[in-house]
Design a protein around this ligand. Structure first.
Ligand code: ISJ
Length: 283
């Protein structure tokens, strides 16, 4: 069999899942392909990856091609600490202004639009920009960043051009709005791969479960690696790894369907979808 092609988001939030794979403490013959979420979303949907974390909104746009791996996601209960709107003025005063959206994200872009439509009731214009805060804020009032870009920007830019920046955590606002958790990414397998390799799919689901367990038992070590890599205090990453959650149980599933509901109401997905989860209602 050809090596399985697995996507790997190049952010710290993926490290706990891939640590065991990279260290070889779980055994999976695979080619790991790194990139920002939108690149992996595209590669997976074009058939260039067999398994990947995918922006959770992309599942709702392509439910027929995709099977969700059980018990794994990137989510948070409130604050997420890596999805921030940086604004020059309070969010409630952004009516008529332009907001720059990172081209790395799909889920958080939709989350922001949902919050403007249904929570803040503020109408803004959007432009897509590469994730670089000073450039993004050159001609705009606010900018959305995710992942390590967001973590680093919050540390680096307390102000910009002499102007203090207001930092809004979208996970916190979503929790205030709905009382729910928020699911940002899911791990998915190509439907074609599952059809051709049912036995292997079961094995892979087990390997990801094991990898997650090992990663979650190694968070102290991983926070240390992150601190060294970015030359920032370890406490920042201890806190981050306490914040990001990797489960995909009933509460996460209900929260995800609620998010899809709002995305549908805002015209950002074509229809409401069912979750097809391997081992739960598929396979
Ligand atoms: C919490 C995060 O989760 C993610 C957010 C994504 C998105 O907005 O499309 C996609 C994958 C995850 O990396 C983050 O990147 O900060």
């Amino acid at each position: 069999m050809k090596k399985i092609r697995i996507g790997y988001i190049e952010y710290l939030n993926c490290l706990p899942i891939y640590y065991a794979l990279e260290e070889g403490s779980v055994n999976l013959e695979a080619k790991l392909v790194k990139g920002p979420p939108t690149k992996l979303n595209r590669m997976f949907l074009e058939g260039q990856l067999d398994i990947t974390p995918i922006s959770s909104i992309e599942y709702a746009r392509n439910p027929d091609k995709v099977v969700i791996l059980p018990d794994i996601s990137i989510s948070a209960d409130g604050n997420v600490e890596s999805i921030f709107l940086f604004s020059k003025i309070p969010v409630t005063e952004l009516e008529g202004h332009t907001v720059a959206l990172t081209t790395s994200s799909a889920t958080s872009v939709v989350l922001l639009k949902i919050l403007f439509d249904h929570y803040y009731h503020v109408k803004v214009n959007y432009v897509d920009r590469k994730p670089d805060l000073p450039t993004m804020l050159k001609n705009t009032a606010a900018a959305l960043l995710i992942g390590d870009d967001a973590i680093l920007a919050r540390e680096k830019y307390k102000e910009l051009a002499g102007q203090p920046l207001i930092v809004t955590d979208l996970g916190e606002v979503w929790k205030k709005f709905t009382g729910m958790k928020m699911v940002y990414a899911l791990w998915v397998i190509r439907q074609g791969f599952v059809d051709d390799n049912p036995g292997e799919t079961a094995e892979i689901a087990g390997i990801f479960r094991k990898a997650k367990e090992i990663g979650l038992n190694s968070l102290d070590l991983l926070a240390g690696k992150a601190a060294e890599h970015y030359n920032l205090p370890k406490e920042l990453f201890d806190h981050y790894y306490e914040t990001i959650r990797y489960d995909f149980g009933e509460e996460e599933q209900t929260a995800l369907l609620t998010y899809y509901d709002y995305a549908y109401k805002s015209g950002l997905i074509p229809e409401r979808v069912k979750l097809r989860i391997w081992g739960e209602n598929i396979g």
